[in-house]
Design a protein. Structure first.
Length: 464
């Protein structure tokens, strides 16, 4: 997963009044603003609401995550409109949240659904905090009961006067203010990510991540000091319970890709080997890494076989959370001799909480048609509390070796990329005994122009 080594966390975004009816928020990432502005407002009209369920029934975890990110980016501003500084258009906050959700997940939520969700969350949070204020805080005079008890006493609690002030202030806050105030006091799973073009080379045109407001400037005097003093303890902020790789790597609950590499290796001396990596995925995944960006599977399915067991057919069968896209910028800059003796291979490692036998199908495709397929079977090895599956130094087929050698002989990189436009690989991992698709990864390629070797970017495949 690529990260922008030059990115830094910006300070809380300032805002300025624009007349009496609007506020302007400069400092938002330009590409996010441009992407958000591209949607037609009619997409978020209330009559477009998802059928078959109430507003609370359509907030899946990935949508809720994007909703929380949008809350942090766009502050509550009452009936005022928000102006995105880049293009000057004005939007209501709920519509901006809906647009952000559309951008992040590809799913449509209407302004009414956003408003309803905010109200439900606000009522829930208000009841929760009121209960904790009433249950856990001693009244005046009761603090003597905690004298000498570690972790208890006046310094651990708000006193009764502060409690009453907090309750009164919260009653005066709008639903949007309550939800935004409490949301900003919880650690978020990941910062919002910026969206460049799908085919954009990593490191080009990237902008800073947009961080949440440290304090919400629109709450003004209605944000009680006493509420801020005790909110972390009252809301029970905890560390994320899901592993860092979830939503940030090629993985489902059943199987995760730990590492993947394609390489050429040549023995120079009896104990010395020269190894060159064409492509590689691996390394630690942390909570600071952005969540995977979505790409509609229909954008790429014509690059893969369309018949049975093709990408389109497999995606329709699901499970759809098992489908990913990897864009590789391959490093062909190697001086390893093309004479006999060089070994071309692929190594991949997977891990799972389950003991099963996996089958790995790798299809090489040209102009959307399958050219060659390699099928391998791997058994589990229990190690470190989980089951490992390692396809170690699997030899490349003759077609792939010849393809790489011919590609290297092209005089210009634009010529190589022209060839690679019609070259793809589809890798499908299944449970051999049940036939269930565990992971399906589509690979597309360009030639790396970086001095740092191969690069890659991972996307999740979605379909609206």
């Amino acid at each position: 997963m690529e990260t922008n080594g030059n990115s830094r966390s910006p300070q809380p975004l300032p805002y300025t009044m624009h007349g009496t009816d609007a506020v302007r928020i400069p400092g938002l990432a330009a590409d996010i603003s441009q992407q958000i502005a591209k949607y037609d407002s009619s997409e978020f009209d209330d009559d477009k609401e998802v059928q078959g369920g109430d507003a609370e029934g359509v907030w899946a975890p990935e949508i809720e995550q994007s909703f929380q990110e949008a809350l942090a980016i766009y502050p509550p501003c009452g009936r005022r409109k928000i102006i995105l500084s880049d293009e000057g258009k004005m939007y209501g906050r709920n519509e901006l949240i809906a647009r952000y959700i559309k951008l992040r997940t590809g799913k449509t939520r209407t302004r009414k659904q956003v408003s309803s969700h905010i109200q439900v969350l606000a009522r829930r949070k208000l009841r929760e905090i009121q209960a904790k204020l009433k249950t856990h805080l001693p009244t005046l005079g009761e603090d003597r009961l905690y004298h000498g008890v570690p972790g208890q006493g006046p310094t651990s609690y708000l006193d009764a006067a502060q409690r009453e002030k907090a309750l009164q202030s919260m009653q005066q806050m709008s639903s949007a203010q309550i939800v935004s105030a409490t949301a900003n006091m919880h650690p978020r799973m990941a910062p919002p990510v910026t969206y460049g073009g799908f085919w954009q080379h990593p490191g080009l045109g990237q902008t800073q991540d947009v961080k949440p407001f440290a304090q919400n400037p629109f709450l003004g005097e209605k944000t009680p000091t006493s509420l801020g003093m005790g909110m972390s303890a009252l809301t029970g902020a905890t560390q994320p319970t899901s592993p860092a790789w979830q939503g940030r790597s090629i993985a489902t609950q059943k199987l995760r890709l730990v590492e993947f590499s394609a390489f050429v290796e040549q023995q120079r001396e009896p104990e010395t080997y020269n190894k060159h990596l064409f492509v590689q995925i691996g390394g630690p995944v942390t909570y600071s890494d952005p969540l995977l960006e979505p790409v509609d599977v229909r954008q790429i399915q014509d690059k893969f076989p369309e018949k049975k067991e093709g990408l389109k057919d497999l995606y329709e069968k699901g499970p759809q959370d098992a489908f990913f896209l990897v864009k590789f910028w391959a490093d062909l800059n190697t001086n390893i001799s093309e004479d006999t003796g060089a070994f071309y291979g692929v190594t991949s490692t997977y891990e799972s909480p389950e003991n099963m036998t996996i089958q790995c199908s790798t299809k090489v495709c040209s102009f959307g048609k399958q050219v060659v397929e390699k099928v391998e079977t791997e058994y589990a090895r229990f190690e470190g509390g989980r089951f490992l599956y390692k396809l170690h130094r699997s030899p490349m087929c003759e077609y792939m070796i010849n393809f790489i050698l011919k590609l290297k002989h092209l005089p210009e990189k634009y010529m190589m990329n022209s060839v690679l436009e019609n070259f793809t690989i589809l890798q499908v991992i299944t449970n051999r005994d049940t036939g269930e698709t565990l992971l399906c990864t589509a690979y597309v390629f360009e030639v790396s122009t970086s001095d740092h070797g191969a690069q890659h970017h991972i996307y999740k495949l979605v379909k609206e």
